[in-house]
Design a binder for this molecule. Structure first.
Ligand SMILES: C[S@@+](CC[C@H](N)C(=O)[O-])C[C@H]1O[C@@H](n2cnc3c(N)ncnc32)[C@H](O)[C@@H]1O
Length: 277
């Protein structure tokens, strides 16, 4: 596999940044710090984070909406952070695999699941463009995770992930709307990232319906989307279904390539590489 320096450097900054995960509504914490506190303190803190973010206007509405639908389903919580959503769905009957790019985050989730008596699986993403899951999932839950890299990079990641979703399965994705990007006055995803997710955040890509369709390609259908949160434009939600396994050149192969046809206004970084297998 050849990966250019720009992608390697980006991936390093991505993993470095996300050692610090969203916690309460307005606070982030390093998972390595949370690993040092006692069980009672950790559980109490986690509960505070849950209470503050599982209100109807933030996580509450989608947790309720999908609670029954995901009961009994195999769910990959991709980029779970503190696992507030994945733990909720596991507690309501989903078989959850926590999928992370930061080992300490996964270690924290292992501990939280043990303390809460939750039987889950854990997968460390050592290569963002190649996955070795043992079986397919019914749902990819991507809450604030697939927005953290430039469009072309994420499109490669999606192509690598897609074969591991059943045909008919769902991808649920939380992002930041174009309206929020425009209102911020940010010049690009790097400056937008500093405004939304704090220092050291390498990139945040905005999404709208057109861009999300391009990201996932013709093998997926956008069922619906909505904006919510502060001023109605803090977050957006996309519910996509996988229609088929897609074009064999794009999916199921071990080769990913960067598609440069992106919607006008996209803030993709000009990546200099193609992950090549
Ligand atoms: C903004 S946090 C969201 C965490 C959690 N889903 C939540 O709602 O609180 C982003 C999470 O996604 C992970 N992440 C960042 N980029 C990712 C990527 N390209 N693929 C998978 N996970 C990613 C981070 O390690 C972190 O856990």
């Amino acid at each position: 596999m050849t990966i250019g320096n720009q992608t390697v450097a980006f991936e390093h900054s991505l993993r470095e940044k996300w050692r610090e995960i969203p916690a309460t509504r307005h606070r982030r914490m390093f998972s390595s710090d949370l690993l040092t506190v006692g069980d009672d303190v950790l559980l109490e803190f986690w509960e505070r984070c849950r209470e503050e973010t599982c209100v109807p206007g933030v996580r509450g509405w989608y947790q309720e909406l999908y609670k029954e639908k995901l009961n009994g389903k195999a769910v990959a919580d991709i980029g779970p952070g503190l696992g507030i959503d994945g733990i909720w769905f596991a507690q309501h009957g989903a078989r959850v695999t926590f999928v992370e790019i930061v080992e300490d985050n996964l270690e924290l989730l292992r501990r939280l699941c043990r303390l809460k008596g939750i039987d889950a699986d854990f997968y460390y993403i050592d290569d963002l463009f190649e996955y070795r899951f043992e079986s397919r999932f019914d749902c990819f839950l991507c809450v604030g995770s697939l927005i953290n890299a430039p469009f072309d990079f994420t499109q490669c990641q999606v192509k690598a992930l897609a074969p591991f979703l059943h045909v008919g399965g769902s991808t649920l994705m939380l992002g930041y709307p174009k309206e929020r990007f425009d209102a911020s006055g940010a010049a690009d995803g790097a400056s937008f990232a500093a405004m939304t997710d704090g220092p050291r955040t390498p990139w945040i890509e905005w999404y709208d319906d057109e861009k999300i369709r391009t990201l996932f390609g013709s093998a997926f259908q956008l069922q619906w989307s909505r904006k919510f949160g502060s001023d109605g434009i803090e977050f957006n939600w996309f519910d996509l279904s996988k229609l088929d396994d897609g074009h064999p050149d794009l999916e199921l192969s071990h080769r990913t390539s960067i598609d440069r046809s992106r919607p006008r206004g996209s803030t993709a970084l000009p990546l200099d590489v193609v992950p090549d297998r």
